[in-house]
Design a protein around this ligand. Sequence first.
Ligand code: PEP
Ligand code: MN
Length: 256
Amino acid sequence: MFSFNPAHFSLIVGPCAVESHDTFSRVARFAKKLGVTALRGGIYKLRTDPQSFQGLGNRAFEIVQMSKDETGLPFICEVTDPRQIEELSRIADAFQVGTRNMHNYELLKELGRSKTPVLLKRGMSAYLDELLLASEYIRKEGNEQIAFCERGIRTFERATRNTLDLSAVPYLKSRSNLPVIVDPSHGTGKRNLVVPMCLAAAAAGADGLLIEVHPEPANSLSDAEQALGFDDFEKMHSKLVQILNVMGKTLEVRPS
Ligand code: PEP
Ligand code: MN
C-alpha cells in the first residue's frame, strides 16, 4: 500500500499522459533502473482545448498494469471527477487533484472518504492559505494521507508557462506537517528550466518532485515542451542525490 512518507524524498516520474504501451513501458523501465518512488501518467486529461488529446481513458488500464507488474512501482494519476474514483481505484495507488480542481470541494470530500493517498496541487490562482484549507476538506472526511504540490501560479510573467513559487515550500512546511512536492514541469513549462528548478526545489526543502519524463519528449501528445528526455533526467538524478545528501534526506526508492 502506497503512502507519502515525509521522512524520505519522493520522486514521481512519468509522461504527462499514458499514451501507448511502448512509451509508458519505456519510461517505467528507465525510471525503475535509475531509482524512483512512483510512476505517474494522466488517464483522463483536463485540456484547455477540447480538440487536444484527452487521454486514453480506461484503455490505459492494461498498459499501466503491465508496467506496475513489471517494475513493482506504484502509480499516481489525476482524478478529474468524483464518478471516476471507483474505476481509477483499480489502478491508482494515489490520486492527483489537478490545478483546475483544487477548488472542487465535492471532489475533495469524496476523496476524503476514500483510503487512497491524495496529491493536492495548488490552484493556478490559489493563495497558499486556500491550498491549506482545501486539504482540510479531504482530512475532515477521514483521509489523512495528503501531500501538497506546488506547480506554479499565473503571474504577469510570460517567459515561463507559470511562475514556480518555491517560497511555497518553506511556507507550507511552517503551517502544516504534510509533505510538499514540487512540480517544475508545469511550474516552468520549459524543458531547459526543469532541471535547475528540480535542484532548487530540493534545496528549498521540498519532500519530493513530480517530473514529466518521456522517451521522445518532443513527440509527447501533451506538454511536449516541458517533458524531460532520459539523458536530462539522468543528469538531474545524480545532482539531486548530492543535494539530498546536504539536506539530510534520502530518496525513497521502491525495492525490486
Ligand atoms: C499534470 O500533472 O499533467 C497536470 C495536468 O497538472 P496541473 O493540474 O498542475 O496542470
Ligand atoms: Mn502535464
